[in-house]
Write a protein that binds this ligand. Structure first.
Ligand SMILES: C[S@@+](CC[C@H](N)C(=O)[O-])C[C@H]1O[C@@H](n2cnc3c(N)ncnc32)[C@H](O)[C@@H]1O
Length: 222
């Protein structure tokens, strides 16, 4: 993790329990818009928004599910894609995963994942990079919280997740009804009403589903 990114995370986010998974503490921004403006002001539009500073609804639901059903990941190798703060990765490690790899394209998110793992006393291997055109390696469980928010991301993500499921991995996704989730590919495991920052989502609670990818639903195009 770069020292500059870690310093930025420490300076602009405060360690606090996650609203729907208070067992996990994360570096979170108190006030979303201020941090967003700061990031934009400093680096203009070349810099992604600070996704890492919030526990997104999909990640919160998935982390809640793993915390309440540790057998899903216990003793297994886990990949958390688009990890953001690392909430899902930390929850998987707390639930007893044998190894947790968290992948992110944002350098500050990688720093946040490492700091948040440390703050929760667990080991997560945080990695900077874009693996969506590749495969899930040796992961037995692949997790993705709140990743279907754009068409381009959803298209690449679905292809990656299908490849992982067809190679034998269990693939779980947390999603609060984002526009680009291909629902017909998934079966519902559970749903929760998840508290979310109103400044980000325009509501205080979002109904959020934990889905499992079905690698070959009847009649689906391959
Ligand atoms: C809405 S956030 C979700 C973060 C976290 N999973 C959660 O639920 O709190 C989406 C994250 O996807 C990351 N991302 C976008 N494209 C990616 C890619 N190709 N590979 C890995 N991460 C990516 C962004 O940097 C961002 O942190």
């Amino acid at each position: 993790m770069s020292d500059l990114s870690a310093a930025f995370v420490r300076l602009h986010a405060r360690l606090a329990p996650v609203a729907f998974v208070p067992e996990v503490r994360l570096h979170q921004a108190d006030e979303p818009i201020g941090l967003w403006e700061l990031t934009e002001g400093e680096f203009r539009s070349s810099q992604p928004p600070p996704f890492w500073a919030f526990a997104w609804a999909g990640g919160q639901a998935l982390a809640r599910y793993l915390t309440d059903h540790p057998e899903v990941v216990a003793g297994r190798r886990v990949l958390d894609l688009a990890s953001g703060s690392g909430l899902v990765a930390v929850a998987a490690a707390r639930a007893g995963a044998a190894a947790v790899r968290a992948v992110e394209v944002d350098e500050r998110a990688v720093a946040a994942v490492a700091l948040n793992a440390e703050a929760n006393g667990v080991r997560v291997d945080a990695e900077l990079g874009d693996v969506l055109d590749g495969d899930a390696g040796d992961a037995e469980v692949v997790l993705a919280g709140d990743v279907f928010y754009s068409e381009a991301m959803a298209r690449r993500m679905l292809r990656f997740l299908l490849r992982a499921a067809r190679s034998g991995a269990r693939v779980l996704v947390g999603d609060p009804g984002r526009a680009f989730l291909p629902r017909d590919r998934f079966r519902e495991l559970t749903g929760y009403d998840v508290p979310v920052p109103e400044a980000l989502e325009s509501v205080r609670v979002k109904h959020t589903t934990v889905w499992e990818l079905d690698p070959a639903p009847p009649g689906a195009a391959r």
